[in-house]
Ligand binder design. Structure first.
Ligand SMILES: *[C@@H]1O[C@H](CO)[C@@H](O)[C@H](O)[C@H]1NC(C)=O
Ligand SMILES: *[C@@H]1O[C@H](CO)[C@@H](O)[C@H](O)[C@H]1NC(C)=O
Ligand SMILES: [Zn+2]
Length: 927
């Protein structure tokens, strides 16, 4: 009764909110009473060879028709464009009305331009609305903007003009119906100076010499597409490949460095042609160009036929940026952007509230198509830690959002911006992976192919996609698919399933609740989800079948899994394929740890090992467990040598390690040394010809952690290796290795490498590495304070000093504050100095440090003027951090200490017994 009353009240609340939103929405959304079908657009840039110009001339003829009678005005978008003429022509091409520009109405807020008409448009008749205008060549990477680079050959600065229309920037370049569902064709004409070339979404079909050293290039009409996908680039670039078919286009110096990206693009395109069974060229565009830019707001933008990337994606500089990590990045971004030709360009979300319909798939294929093509990167496994576990964290706080928002709630530019969140990308991709694994590859691919085919050139909402998933969903087990599909897309967050054992280990009772990092942060704690349940047990340790045997329905308060025979262990959510966490009660967790401690980890796969570790850290973070339980569990890793679980372990430990005092770090180091025994023995500090890609990544991570926390063997090995060898480490390992070397005897040599280096990225890398030195006094006084380093080098170098040497924070702080005027002079302002001190104070871990900081602030606040407020804020933060550590890490600190003092043994089970005893003792001493 009470429940239903409050239910009605809630419903009433929701309705009134929707009405308010709907009232607002009328202003931002265009009416569909007029629809454009073709834009003939001419952009005449005013620049010459030396200068890109600051404005451009434009003219656009928009073919449109009215969909209903009595249309007496046409409303569309524009932003900072100056319109000098507006004409309406009828279908015979005769001028119907010359609309005085003074009579055009413009609403700054909605960026809508309203053209008043003398007489109503005839329904379904073709008209042409023509504008002549000028616009700005911008520098802020929106609309039409300029970038430049230094040409190696001539030493001259060269400019590039290029575009970024997403999200709402087409209106900065021409008046248009700038919403994704107003799809139309585009015929582009570009006027440019001689010596430059223009590329756009489609093939160039004509280039006319207009005299006066100028040319007009005409491009083929595009397929029907959204305004945000229009693009062009005007430059002195050179093409690898054929610009009328497939090519990578970059500055001439980069020509020899795009071979790899060219190959990747070629392979990705062919693979998608097969996967989607609707070849790219059949989508309606014969051209696919990859252009690269020295300045770009994203890694890549999927303009149909002209994907623009930032240089780092397409260019592999031998010896500098051709390591595994760089190549993986290139592969992922290219497979991501290329998949958008189908998901996004051919089939487009109908409104920004469904933005994930593009990005969930692009991020999914970024990992899983890349995995098909380049299995050596094991991106299927990497996905679990880098995407799924990363977003589970975001999605457990009160600033998260559902993948799908009600259309009415996403209206203003800032609301639209809000949907460009990692939820659309990483949660979206995790949910797509879940569907795909449940359905199986064949069913999933069938669904995707029919969806793409049915909605080719169209706009969709989630239910359009769901119809195809449902039509291809496996019949058993029964599930309410509408619930299942909407629970994870329309609700924020996700569940934690708790597993308790009863009946002598024959029954496992599952309950669910929403997982929140802080249950009192204002989030809705009552949400429930339809949860696919997959599991493996010690009696059936198979981790292959990802189609659930049962779903946990929302109306059930619990479900029971019962076994005829007692089980040692059970693990839910095979390969962490589904989107939730699992909390085991203590006896099961102990048994799982035992199973993991077997030589083959009892065939429990890396994804599940990473899941167990990541879940536990998050349960501790959410105060559902003590950190000691987690650190005890993680002792199983003494036998784990794989990157994926280690990635999860270090992600979890980061948060804790940052809050340990310099004194406590010694015991932490001992713990690290013990649990890394096997992985460190396997990988060491030197590259090995048998390394897999993930071995390379793993060594990087292990050496960073071990050497940073003063593991003696790590430091000695790096020192010997560095001293005995002058060869450059591979790009993947270079920063880690040089940083570790600079901590030992290698500082002078690394600093020297930095000083001699000319490549600017490499210089930054070497500067960061040199700044790992433990000789902080020399580095601070001679290098950081020196006038030969830039302000950003000074701040980066200083941050490296204490972050890479956490045990030295107290003396480093003392050195800086000994004479704060020196730092202020070097940084050039008290506000920057306050910022640097605030950042440093976030690494304070003791009350003594806090006290010194307070005294410093009290004594010097006058010096800092208005920036003293920043220091006060930092002081509050220090106190919060210390309180957190005192409250949450006490038991762990004692565990680490006793573990170190009492036994040198690394046998995990022994340690558990010991720490249990210790727990008793601590209770007695009242800790
Ligand atoms: C979200 O949580 C943070 C910290 O947990 C809290 O400070 C903030 O007030 C919360 N916001 C809302 C809207 O409840
Ligand atoms: C189930 O296990 C969880 C996790 O250990 C525990 O918090 C909870 O009290 C247990 N519930 C029951 C009914 O035993
Ligand atoms: Zn994308």
């Amino acid at each position: 009764m009470r429940g239903s009353v409050s239910g009605i009240w809630l419903l009433a609340g929701v309705i009134s909110l929707t009405l308010i939103a709907a009232g607002q929405s009328a202003e931002y959304r265009l009416s569909r009473n007029v629809l454009p079908s073709l834009y003939k657009l001419t952009i005449n840039i005013q620049g010459d060879a030396a200068n890109p110009g600051t404005t451009f001339d434009g003219e656009v003829a928009i073919t449109l028709q009215a969909t209903q009678p009595n249309v007496l005005q046409i409303t569309l978008h524009k932003d900072s464009l100056d319109i000098s003429s507006c004409m309406l022509y009828n279908k015979a091409g005769l001028l119907q009305q010359n609309i005085a520009t003074t009579s055009l109405k413009y609403d700054q807020e909605t960026q809508q331009l309203t053209v008043p008409l003398a007489q109503a448009l005839a329904v379904n008749e073709i008209y042409t609305l023509n504008f002549v205008f000028t616009g700005k060549v911008r520098t802020d990477m929106a609309g039409l903007f300029s970038a430049n680079y230094l040409d190696k050959e001539t030493g001259k600065t060269k400019w590039v003009l290029l575009t970024q229309m997403q999200r709402l920037n087409a209106r900065l370049v021409f008046p248009c119906f700038d919403e994704p569902a107003f799809k139309a064709k585009f015929e582009l004409h570009i006027g440019r100076p001689n010596g430059f070339n223009a590329i756009s979404n489609t093939k160039m079909i004509k280039s006319t010499n207009e005299g006066n050293n100028r040319f007009m290039d005409q491009f083929d009409v595009t397929p029907i597409m959204s305004t945000y996908l229009l693009a062009f680039v005007i430059s002195e670039y050179q093409a690898r490949g054929n610009v009328s078919d497939y090519a990578v286009v970059s500055r001439p110096e980069y020509f020899s460095k795009t071979e790899f990206s060219y190959k990747v693009g070629e392979r990705a395109l062919a693979a998608y042609d097969g996967e989607f069974q609707q070849p790219y060229k059949q989508l309606g565009n014969q051209v696919l160009l990859f252009a690269s830019s020295p300045r770009f707001p994203h890694n890549g933008m999927e303009n149909w036929g002209l994907i623009i990337y930032s240089d780092e994606v397409l260019v592999q500089d031998p010896g500098y940026t051709d390591g595994w990590k760089n190549k993986e990045f290139t592969i992922r971004i290219i497979t991501h952007e290329t998949s958008h030709m189908w998901f996004g360009d051919s089939v487009t979300f109908s409104w920004w509230s469904y933005f994930w319909l593009n990005e969930a798939f692009a991020r999914y294929y970024e990992y899983f198509m890349a995995h098909q093509l380049y299995p050596e990167y094991q991106l299927d496994q990497q996905f679990v830690v880098r995407q799924l576990q990363m977003i589970l964290q975001t999605d457990s706080g009160n600033s998260t959002q559902p993948m799908t928002s009600p259309e009415t709630s996403i209206q203003t530019p800032s609301e639209i911006g809000h949907k460009f969140s990692s939820i659309a990308y990483a949660k979206g991709a995790s949910i797509v992976r879940m569907w795909r694994n449940i359905m199986g590859a064949d069913n999933f691919n069938k669904a995707i192919r029919s969806y793409l085919k049915q909605h080719h050139l169209g706009n969709t909402v989630p239910s359009d996609l769901f119809a195809h998933l449902k039509a291809n969903w496996p019949a058993a087990p029964a599930v309410d698919l509408d619930d299942f599909l909407s629970d994870f897309t329309e609700q924020p967050g996700y569940p934690v399933v708790t597993v308790n054992q009863t009946l002598e280990n024959r029954r496992f009772v599952l309950t669910q609740k929403r997982f929140l990092i802080n249950r009192r942060d204002g989030s809705n704690t009552t949400l429930r989800y339809t949860i696919p349940i997959t599991f493996a047990t010690n009696l059936k340790p198979t981790f292959q079948n990802l189609t659930p045997g049962i779903y946990f329905r929302k109306i059930n308060s619990q479900i029971n899994l019962t076994s005829p025979d007692p089980l040692d262990w059970i693990i839910l959510n095979i390969k962490q394929s589904n989107y939730y966490r699992v909390l085991y009660d203590t006896p099961i967790l102990r048994k799982i740890q035992e199973a993991l401690s077997k030589d083959d980890h009892s065939s429990i796969p890396v994804e599940n090992r990473a899941q167990l570790v990541d879940d536990l850290f998050n349960f501790a973070h959410a105060q559902m467990l003590d950190y000691t339980d987690v650190f005890q569990f993680v002792e199983y890793m003494v036998k784990d040598v794989e990157y994926i679980p280690w990635y999860a372990a270090y992600s979890g430990m980061q948060h804790v390690a940052k809050r340990l005092t310099p004194q406590q770090l010694t015991n932490f180091e001992k713990y690290l040394r013990d649990i890394t025994a096997a992985v460190y023995a396997k990988l060491g500090v030197n590259p090995n010809s048998k390394d897999t890609v993930l071995d390379v990544y793993n060594r990087n991570m292990q050496v960073s952690w071990l050497c940073k926390f003063q593991n003696a063997d790590c430091n000695n090995q790096v020192k010997d290796s560095f001293e005995g060898n002058s060869e450059k480490p591979s790009p993947d390992y270079r920063e880690t290795f040089y940083c570790a070397a600079a901590r030992t005897t290698g500082y002078a040599r690394v600093l020297d490498l930095y000083k001699k280096e000319t490549n600017s990225n490499e210089r930054d890398l070497l500067w960061r590495a040199a700044s790992c030195t433990r000789d902080y006094r020399t580095h601070y006084q001679n290098e950081i304070l020196s006038s030969s380093t830039t302000v950003s080098q000074k701040t980066n170098g200083l941050a490296q000093l204490y972050q890479q040497n956490p045990d030295l924070i107290t003396p480093i702080y003392a050195l800086i504050t000994e004479d704060i005027n020196k730092l202020n002079t070097a940084l050039g302002s008290w506000s920057k100095t306050a910022e640097v001190l605030s950042e440093l104070s976030d690494y304070f871990t003791t009350r003594e440090q806090e006290k010194q900081f307070s005294e410093f602030v009290n004594k010097n606040s006058a010096l800092f003027g208005s920036s003293a407020a920043q220091l006060k804020t930092a002081q509050t933060k220090v106190n919060t951090n210390l309180q957190w550590a005192e409250k949450r890490l006490g038991t762990l600190v004692n565990f680490l200490a006793s573990r170190n003092g009492a036994a040198g043994s690394t046998v995990a089970t022994l340690l558990i017994i010991m720490s249990t005893l210790l727990g008793y003792m601590l209770k007695y001493v009242g800790f």
